[in-house]
Every structure is written in structure tokens, then in C-alpha cells.
Design a protein around this ligand. Structure first.
Ligand SMILES: *Cc1c(COP(=O)(O)O)cnc(C)c1O
Length: 395
């Protein structure tokens, strides 16, 4: 069996759809909000057994039934996914936690979990005949788009804030992408990219403005379930910017129940970690709001978290609340200290965003929200090597 994708439907209260995925690729034509992919999970459940995974190639495309199709050419792949879930015994012991795990997404192509989302998005873009694909990015999404577009033989145009770290720019250039640096934040880069793209008919793969980056990222939850022997952890702690990861993983929880691979009613609690200098989701969560107000003057060394406004804010907040999870902000200094701690204790190469999850865990243990007997998964969403300047000394 191949993809069981049937349609796209509006994720917001408008609920419009079903839309034909071959004709509609971006936001809801009725209300302008994100679309989400729907699959024929009943059919998939009949003919797809989780035991079949063992015999499949070790990339995220082994979940092809619940991913979009690349058509005859197949997926655009660089070997993304199937990252290790490491039992962090030493780090856990230092916190009084026996069952601490780290999903190490630094092992992906281009060193971050952005590879999963862009592998899926570029696969669809190529199938639909896109000649140029564009993305606004804080850094890692641009690197991933540049690599996957090169792999697909399609042109890439990336737009990043002017103060982005040099390694992100050089890596885009390495893959032959056209780089534009924009004054301001990722939201400003998004505006400039959209204006340029509209004139030229570029295929835009902005976070949640096309539906398939979420699909790629949801495979992290499929893998965690499999790696824990088809049991959920009690907590998943995730550094949240635009929210594709948390939205995708919460979607995966529902799909896994529909497939009959995971029992109902046992889903993990989801935790969003943000930076103290840019925490719109935390503020909205604490206020009990359904949408997040834009964050003024966003500032953090964790580029992936410097997202002052997320189009999918309501989906993130819904996942946190439905799961019984929470949201909290941590300081940049603490994130950098945690990068060193994860490195020294476990040999992990953690981005500041990955470090942020450890800081959050420590705070939630201190509050008594997380118990020492709980099973916890931290998502190390990227590696340290593009952030070495942070390790020079002061932040
Ligand atoms: C993009 C990014 C994030 C934020 O991810 P979302 O799924 O968009 O919330 C976190 N960490 C790193 C390293 C990133 O590149």
C-alpha cells in the first residue's frame, strides 16, 4: 500500500473542506487558516500492521501510508528520520529521574528535525511540478529546504533575518540556494518572501502555510511510540517556535489510535518550551486564551524560538490543553548551560532549543508537575555545531 491521503480540511473553526490535495496546497480558501491532511485510516488499519515496519528502509518514509505521495518519482529523501531515542541515564540520575529519554533530532540531514518537514513538503512540491520553492526561516528550515530542493533538482529561495548566524547562510549556499537577508525577524522575512513569491509564482513552504511540514514532523511521535515498545511516555517536552512539531505530534497521537497501534486515552502530556525573550504561546496559555498576541521585541539566542507570531497558535494551544500539558519560558543563559550539561553528561550535541527542554524539565520537577517516576522524552531538535559562538563564553 502507498499513501492513504484523501483530502485537506481547514484546521480552524470554519472547518471547510474536504479539498482535493492535487488542487489546493496552501491555506484554507475560505478563511485563510492552516489546512491539515486527512488519511483513510480505516483502510490503512486493515492492511497495515506495525510489525511491517521492521522490514522497511530506515527513514521516516517507512510511514508512507500516513504521509503524502511523491508520485512516480517517490519521496525526496536524504535519509531523514529514524533518529535515536537515547535513554539518558546519567542526566536522569542527576535529576532523580530513572526514565529520561532524549529524541536526538540532531542526527537528521542538515542537523535538525526541519529535515522531516521539508522532505515531505518538497516531495509534494516536486510532484506538483514546482519550479522554485521558497521559505522564510530563522535558519534551520532554510538549510533543510536548500538541501531537499537540491536533491529534488528544484530551485530554492530562502529568506532569513539579517542577523542570522553565518553557518546557516553558508550551508544554504553550499546547497546552491538563493539567499536573501531581511531586516527584522522571521515574520518580516515571511512578508518579503510572500511578496516576491506572489510575483513569480514560487511554491511557498512557510510553517503551517502548506500542510506537509506538519506531516513530516509528526513522524517523530510515530518513532517515539515504536521505540518505547508501543507505549507512550508520560511527558513530551518540546521547544516551540512556529509549532509544526507539537501540532504534528498531537495529530500523530490521534492517528495512532485510529490505526489501532496505540490504546486510546493514554496520550502523553505535551509541554511547549519557549524563550523568556519570546514567549507568545506561554503567555496565551497562562491567560487561558485561544490565540496568542504577537510578542513585541522578540529576543533570544535560540533562533528556532524567535517566532513572535505563529499562524498555528490555536493548534499549539489546543494540543497543550487537550493533552493536559503546559507551557513555560526559560532564559537564554540557562539554555546554554543546559547545552553543556547535555554534552558533558551524555555526549549529546544540543542546539540551545534542545537545551531549553532540559531547563524546562528541571523547573517542572521542582514544581512537582513532573514526578520522578514519570517517563519523559526531551526533543533535541538540532545539533550544537551551528551555534558554537554561544559556547565561546557569554551569551
Ligand atoms: C524550528 C526549530 C524549532 C521550533 O520548531 P517548531 O516545530 O516550528 O515549533 C525548535 N528547535 C530548532 C532547532 C528549530 O530549528
Amino acid at each position: 500500500m502507498t499513501s492513504t491521503l484523501t483530502s485537506l480540511t481547514c484546521s480552524a473553526s470554519c472547518g471547510a473542506g474536504p479539498f482535493d490535495p492535487d488542487r489546493t496546497q496552501h491555506l484554507c480558501p475560505a478563511c485563510g487558516m492552516p489546512l491539515l491532511a486527512q488519511y483513510d485510516l480505516a483502510t490503512a488499519a486493515q492492511s497495515w500492521d506495525r510489525a511491517s515496519l521492521a522490514g522497511r528502509p530506515r527513514t521516516m518514509w517507512r510511514f508512507q501510508e500516513v504521509l503524502p505521495s511523491g508520485g512516480r518519482a517517490g519521496p525526496v529523501s536524504l535519509g531523514e528520520g529514524c533518529t535515536p531515542l537515547l535513554h539518558a541515564r546519567r542526566l536522569g540520575a542527576s535529576l532523580g529521574l530513572d526514565r529520561l529519554y532524549v529524541k536526538d533530532e540532531s542526527a537528521n540531514p542538515t542537523n535538525s528535525f526541519k529535515a522531516r518537514g521539508l522532505s515531505a513538503a518538497v516531495t509534494v512540491a516536486r510532484r506538483l511540478g514546482a519550479a522554485t520553492i521558497s521559505v522564510p526561516s530563522a535558519g534551520n528550515a532554510a538549510n533543510a529546504l536548500a538541501a531537499y530542493a537540491a536533491r529534488a533538482g528544484v530551485a530554492a529561495r530562502v529568506f532569513m533575518p539579517r542577523d542570522v548566524k553565518t553557518p546557516f547562510v553558508r550551508e544554504c549556499e553550499l546547497y546552491g540556494a538563493d539567499v536573501t537577508l531581511v531586516d527584522g525577524l522571521i515574520t518580516d522575512a515571511g512578508r518579503v518572501a510572500a511578496e516576491a513569491g506572489a510575483a513569480h509564482g514560487w511554491y511557498d513552504v512557510s510553517t503551517l502555510k502548506e500542510p506537509y511540514r506538519v506531516e513530516g514532523k509528526k513522524t517523530m511521535a510515530y518513532e517515539v511510540a515504536e521505540q518505547l515498545g508501543w507505549e507512550w511516555p508520560d511527558w513530551m517536552i518540546y521547544p516551540t517556535g512556529g509549532g509544526t512539531g507539537i501540532v504534528g505530534m498531537w495529530k500523530a497521537c490521534a492517528e495512532l489510535e485510529a490505526l489501532g497501534w496505540m490504546p486510546a486515552g493514554r496520550r502523553p502530556r505535551m509541554v511547549s518550551v519557549q524563550a523568556e525573550g519570546c514567549a507568545p504561546i506561554v503567555r496565551a496559555f497562562e491567560a487561558g486564551a485561544d490565540r496568542a498576541e504577537p510578542w513585541e521585541g522578540a529576543r533570544t539566542a535560540a533562533d528556532g524560538l524567535r517566532v513572535p507570531r505563529a499562524i498555528g497558535d490555536f493548534l499549539i494551544l489546543r494540543a497543550l490543553r487537550e493533552s493536559g500539558g503546559t507551557a513555560l519560558a526559560v532564559s537564554d543563559d540557562a539554555m546554554v548551560a543546559a547545552m553543556r550539561e547535555m554534552g558533558a553528561a551524555e555526549g549529546l550535541s544540543a542546539a540551545p532549543e534542545g537545551g531549553a527542554t532540559l531547563v524546562a524539565l528541571r523547573a517542572l520537577l521542582a514544581q512537582g508537575t513532573i514526578a520522578p517516576s514519570d517517563r519523559v522524552v526531551l526533543f533535541n531538535t538540532g545539533g550544537a555545531l551551528k551555534y558554537l559562538d554561544l559556547l565561546d563564553g557569554t551569551v
